[in-house]
Ligand binder design. Structure first.
Ligand SMILES: O=C(O)CCC(=O)C(=O)O
Ligand SMILES: [Fe+2]
Length: 348
């Protein structure tokens, strides 16, 4: 079979002539980059991106589907990012991929128009509140047991999303209204609580899963200070926070120096189809460079307390959404009880 028809078959659409990037995206302008001023790397065809000091120390946990939930929870306490391999079979991951295609209405081959800028990527859709077929993923046994060990019996799932050909490229925290709010129990200065985000990367079999970029330990200022000292990083967390604005600026300046300098500290956690990442929403993280079709499903877990209850209950507007929380309750997510009670109370 020719390469072109192989590609077309993998992308699930009409054959496309994929010969080089310019054919897809139009002529590419070459712009100055900090990399061009650095020494050549070990590889003859690549300018050095510089060193990543975080490469000197362990920065994320790796477990698999045979790892006891208590051990996954212990890895989460240590790193706040844990990759769990093989949570889904390749077939189950391919099935989730299909659901994401359906919800986003973007086929793998549509990536070409997203890349060109003639179509938009997709993010959102509250999949679990609109489609029961996402429930087995949000409440998957491995994820559920690990999350309940990490957050306790009062936890539940309260924020799901599908992303297709989409990348949150700038370093950011999720649920900023909590982890960046002074006085919140979730604030990174001295967090007592955390929001757990689970990324279910999904792809057809024999293709890449996906990657999440993180600046390790930035979910907690004290831990970051300790670890940064250990690896010789002198920059404060606030400097990493400038990544988003530097990305915006470089569209005009076309000078990659500032972005490259932050980028080289990013730890890329790569997955295969069927793996999931259990993360802390307060850690600075970003999506990968968009270079090929990509889908993921995210579910979010919290301890239901006075800060999270209003956010969680505001989304419960349909019978299916209530049924979802009754389903979670039956699986040991005690926080769903509080959400259901709040929804009943506000109805009256
Ligand atoms: O891969 C990405 O685009 C980043 C994902 C992300 O930031 C999120 O799901 O919160
Ligand atoms: Fe995010």
């Amino acid at each position: 079979m020719s390469l072109t028809s192989l590609v077309a078959r993998a992308l699930g659409g009409k054959p496309v002539a994929l010969t080089n990037a310019e054919e897809i995206a139009g002529p590419q302008e070459v712009v100055p980059s900090a990399r061009a001023t650095r020494r050549l790397g070990t590889y003859f065809d690549e300018f050095s991106r510089g060193m990543n000091p975080f490469g000197l120390v362990p920065t994320f946990g790796v477990a698999d589907a045979s790892t006891p939930a208590a051990d996954i929870a212990a890895l989460f306490e240590k790193f706040s990012v844990v990759k769990v391999r093989g949570v889904y079979t390749p077939q189950e991951s391919a099935q989730l991929h299909k659901l994401c295609v359906e919800m986003s209405k973007l086929k793998p081959i549509d990536y070409l128009s997203v890349f060109k800028g003639t179509a938009k990527g997709f993010t959102g859709g509250s999949p679990v509140l609109n489609d029961k077929r996402f429930w087995p993923y949000a409440a998957n046994t491995y994820v559920r047991e690990a999350v309940q060990k990490i957050l306790g019996k009062n936890a539940t799932e309260f924020g799901s999303s599908v992303a297709a050909h989409y990348s949150a490229r700038g370093l950011h925290r999720d649920y900023r209204q909590l982890c960046e709010k002074v006085g919140s129990a979730y604030h990174i200065s001295n967090p007592q609580k955390r929001i757990v985000r689970v990324l279910h990367y999904c792809a057809p079999e024999h293709m890449q899963g996906g990657m999440l970029g993180v600046i390790p330990f930035t979910h907690n200022e004290r831990i970051f200070a300790e670890q940064a000292k250990r690896v010789g990083i002198k920059k404060p967390i606030e400097w990493f926070d400038t990544h988003r604005e530097e990305l915006v600026k470089l569209h005009k300046t076309k000078d990659f120096s500032a972005v490259d300098e932050i980028d080289r500290h990013i730890v890329w956690v790569a997955t295969d189809p069927g793996d999931v990442l259990i993360t802390n929403s307060a850690m600075l993280h970003c999506g990968e460079h968009m270079m090929s079709p990509r889908y993921f499903f995210v579910s979010t877990y919290t301890d239901v307390d006075e800060e999270t209850l209003p956010m969680a209950s505001a989304q419960i507007k349909t019978d299916l959404a209530k049924e979802y929380h009754r389903h979670l309750l039956g699986l040991g997510f005690g926080g769903s009880q509080k959400i259901l009670a709040e929804v009943e109370k506000t109805k009256k």
